[in-house]
Design a protein around this ligand. Structure first.
Ligand SMILES: *Cc1c(COP(=O)(O)O)cnc(C)c1O
Length: 418
């Protein structure tokens, strides 16, 4: 083994441990990623969500800021648009909504004494990327099952794949057909069994980290939001993208249980980027059940979810496929607000919600809408061919004529030194 490899294998994990101090958030500005702290759920869910996790890691940069957008696509309805920046939960490796779930999932993995993590997603999965990086930070080996029509080739290094591979993930590929027929849970189980047979102790995480453990990340996110908002800025609507349902489950339950009796309880809107509305009501209800949601007799978790959540169709051409209008929307929003949405989730979510507002007479006029930006910008790298023409027109590169040779923008006249 070369010195270099040895350094990687031996010194690096112990380096991270040396930075260890108190993991309790707020006690020190130095945190140890691999040290979990006891988790106390918000008091408002005490009797209504019975399956709270006991421990949590400190991985995300929280609380994330809330920005008020100056000019935005809902300005014609005089909407006060707030953007909750969960695209800023971490650096390029951890950022986005998944790291909130991973704080609970990976705490569980450590508690169970696991040494590897197995998860699954599309080839540009933000969840897989964040899982891989977070796993490395706490000394676990990341194993990713990526679904791609190019399953027989090397998947390359574009976008999230660059980060997956930078952190040394073991990558396994399958086709969309195999994924559909065998199912994501079974694929994770089989790769876990494969690793266990080789003496490893793997921890399986479902698609998007969306189960009864991970989704607590967004129950907690709602608690964070409530503490950030003052009483004189009541939010009328909360809007976000929905892919595997965990974010929707956490936010829906959080808002319902924390603010259920408030007359100004915000309405929760999830924009589905795959499947259909009924699928998501069922998925979210399923996760709510795993989280231990207590509902009235003669009622079901799905009734509860349907009462507190509106799912909108937003898949457009299909998962991870963009229309020219969606990409133009993302590009215009970026050029007017400085905030970049992603093509697979947040871009489709806000694009479709704006369509919905424009078709809803005046229901949203003068309201305060909080758009929860869930991250994902690395997914834009896969869309560069589709973005090329418009971006080159919007933002051309102009040659400077530094020596006055006659071509370009003439700046050949020296300025007087000040
Ligand atoms: C995964 C993801 C979502 C969807 O969250 P779920 O909890 O899976 O529904 C939204 N936005 C981005 C950027 C994501 O990566």
């Amino acid at each position: 083994m070369s010195i270099h490899r040895r350094w990687r294998r031996v010194l690096w994990p112990s380096c991270l441990c040396l930075i260890s101090t108190s993991a309790a958030r707020g006690l020190s500005s130095i945190t140890s990623p691999a040290q979990s702290a006891p988790y106390q759920p918000p008091s408002w869910c005490a009797n209504q969500l019975t399956q709270a996790p006991h421990r949590r890691l400190v991985l995300a940069n929280l609380p994330t800021p809330i920005y008020r957008a100056l000019h935005h696509p809902l300005t014609p309805w005089n909407v006060n648009l707030l953007i909750k920046r969960d695209d800023s939960t971490g650096g390029v490796e951890l950022s986005g909504n998944k790291i909130r779930k991973l704080e609970f999932l990976l705490a569980d993995a450590l508690e169970r004494g696991c040494d590897a993590v197995v998860t699954i997603g599309g080839e540009q999965s933000n969840h897989c990327r964040a899982t891989a990086a977070a796993a490395r930070m706490i000394g676990l080996e990341p194993h990713l099952i990526l679904r791609s029509p190019r399953a027989n080739e090397d998947l390359g290094l574009v976008g999230n794949l660059l980060m997956d591979r930078m952190v040394g993930s073991q990558i396994y590929t399958c086709t969309p057909g195999e994924y559909g027929r065998v199912g994501s849970h079974e694929l994770v189980r089989r790769v876990c069994a494969h690793l266990a047979a080789a003496g490893r102790r793997p921890y399986g995480i479902p698609v998007g980290g969306s189960n009864g453990v991970g989704s607590w990340g967004y129950v907690n996110g709602v608690d964070e939001l409530i503490q950030q908002l003052s009483d004189d800025t009541p939010v009328d609507h909360i809007v976000f993208a929905c892919g595997s349902g965990g974010t929707a489950a956490g936010i829906t339950l959080g808002v319902a249980l924390a603010l259920g009796t408030s007359p100004r309880r915000p309405r929760v809107h999830a924009i589905g980027v795959c499947d259909d509305e009924d699928y998501f009501y069922r998925e979210v209800a399923d996760i709510a059940t795993q989280m231990g949601l207590v509902v009235a007799e003669e009622s079901t978790a799905e009734d509860f979810v349907r009462q507190h959540l509106t799912v909108h169709q937003g898949k457009g051409l299909g998962y991870a496929q963009s229309t020219a209008q969606e990409l133009e929307f993302i590009q215009t929003l970026a050029a007017t607000t400085g905030i970049v949405l992603d093509p697979v989730y947040s871009g489709k979510a806000l694009y479709n919600f704006v369509q919905h507002v424009s078709e809803s007479s005046d229901q949203y006029r003068d309201k305060t809408i909080l758009f929860w930006h869930t991250g994902g910008a690395l997914g834009l790298f896969e869309k560069v061919d589709e973005l090329q023409q418009d971006l080159v027109r919007q933002s051309p590169c102009q040659r400077l004529d530094v020596y006055g040779k006659g071509a370009g923008i003439d700046i050949s006249t020296p300025t007087a030194a000040s």
